[in-house]
Design a protein around this ligand. Structure first.
Ligand SMILES: [Zn+2]
Ligand SMILES: [Zn+2]
Length: 444
């Protein structure tokens, strides 16, 4: 697919910075009133989605629920994109730019432990890439907050559809399957959504995404440039020669070799990366497997782990260094090492700096505390794929229920992760104000 042309959105950016007029203040108050009215329905919808989670590329019921809701709001609806993806288009009564908002449909193979009345009890056979759960029956849980993202996106659709005639532009809501990765052997996620045309007809000028995180409810963190990391998996095999544990000199012990390799890899971020140019990569070994018995030196050690990098160049560079390190350390002991790289679904993601700077005053008005600007996260999200095609802003919103604020943290992807319901209003306010501010500036 040829790369999409970046729209000349920069023309709009100056207008965004203009101070709020009395009419604008009244318009925001009207929007807030609509959000307050929509909130109970949004919360109920999130609870329903939360109670019926589905894994990547299997979000059939979830997609139906979304499509039904979008049709009820009078949006044009497309379904079946990249398996189960849904797009809703709200054409405003006035001309103006196309703004896209992306939400994700999928849940995770995790057994929920929140004890909430609407907790998931769903169990399915897992076909994903997680070795612990693959081929086993697992619980399914919206542990990444995608239920909240869907509910907020539908909330935005509802409040903007209510003043459709005055909307100066088109809202395109993209509900994407398999953000957490498709089942083994299948394709899916953001890249396939783009291949199947979600960024064309109409072409969005900009795209916004929001992700809930553990943190003070209703607070925002935003990066001016780099937002999310590339996430790739590696597998390494260190081969020696099996022997009796009492006579190690009669074989080649791959275990101390593996230990040296693991430690030496940590010098790639700390000693070999130019930290004055880019944030360091992260190399984490998540799995070590060797041997079957206490008194046998095994023939082989297998390592598996995750590599997080912040640019395409760094991604390639780290792999070369990991291979070189493992091979040479293994050779020093007469062992051998092979490092295989399994490219992941996630490339590094970037926010559009000018767009972030222009929208920051809008966000400051809705955040419960000053917006925190950071240099990005080592978490990964395939929102990056959209933001590599058109200017994007990916926001992170704290959403820990205040009652849990003093308890040990349950981050996303953990069985106790919870989302504060009232903070959904803050997210809807942020997304709808960003959308309207951008459209108003573009329509001038
Ligand atoms: Zn996730
Ligand atoms: Zn997520």
């Amino acid at each position: 697919m040829p790369p999409l042309r970046k729209p000349l959105y920069a023309l709009f950016l100056g207008a965004l910075a203009a101070p709020a007029s009395a009419a604008q203040t009244a318009a925001w108050a009207d929007l807030d009133a609509r959000i307050a009215k929509a909130l109970p329905g949004v919360i109920e919808l999130r609870h329903q989605i939360h109670q019926h989670p589905e894994l990547g590329n299997r979000e059939v019921e979830t997609a139906q629920r979304i499509a039904t809701r979008l049709r009820a709001l009078g949006l044009e609806v497309q379904t079946g994109i990249a398996h189960t993806g849904v797009v809703g288009i709200l054409r405003g009564g006035k001309p103006g730019p196309v703004v896209a908002i992306r939400a994700e449909l999928d849940a995770l193979p995790l057994t929920e432990q929140t004890g909430l009345p609407y907790a998931s009890t769903v169990r399915v056979l897992d076909k994903g890439g997680d070795l612990r759960t693959r081929g086993k029956e697992v619980g399914v849980m919206h542990a990444c907050g995608h239920d909240a993202h869907m509910a907020m996106a539908l909330g935005v659709a509802e409040v903007l559809a209510a003043r459709r005639d005055q909307l100066p532009g088109t809202l395109k809501l993209i509900f994407q399957p398999a953000e957490e990765g498709p089942p083994l052997g299948e394709t899916g996620g953001a890249r396939q959504m783009i291949e199947e045309g979600v960024l064309s007809n109409p072409v969005p000028a900009v795209i916004f995404g929001i992700h809930v995180t553990a943190g003070t409810a209703g607070t925002f963190t935003l990066s001016r440039n780099r937002t999310t990391a590339a996430a790739d998996t590696f597998q390494a095999r260190i081969t020696g020669r099996q022997t009796h544990a009492a006579f190690p000199w009669t074989g080649i012990d791959p275990v101390p070799v593996a230990a040296q390799v693991i430690l030496a890899w940590q010098t790639i971020p700390s000693r070999q990366s130019n930290l004055s140019v880019l944030p360091a990569p992260v190399i984490s070994v998540g799995r070590i497997q060797a041997g079957d018995r206490h008194n046998i030196i095994p023939a082989e050690v297998r390592l598996e782990g995750s590599i997080r990098t912040v640019s395409d160049e760094q991604r390639e560079d780290v792999l070369q260094r990991m291979r070189r390190t493992a091979q040479h350390i293994a050779e020093a002991s007469g062992a051998s090492a092979v490092v295989d790289y399994l490219p992941g679904n996630y490339r590094a993601g970037y926010n559009d700096t000018a767009l972030v700077d222009s929208l920051l005053p809008v966000l400051e008005q809705v955040s419960t505390t000053p917006v925190k600007i950071d240099s990005g996260t080592y978490g990964a999200d395939d929102f990056a794929e959209y933001a590599r095609q058109i200017p994007g802003v990916f926001l992170r919103m704290g959403a820990t229920p205040p009652a849990l604020a003093d308890k040990p943290v349950w981050p996303t992807h953990s069985p106790g992760f919870q989302v504060d319901d009232p903070s959904l209003a803050v997210g809807i306010r942020a997304l709808s104000r960003m959308t309207l501010a951008y459209m108003n500036a573009g329509a001038r």
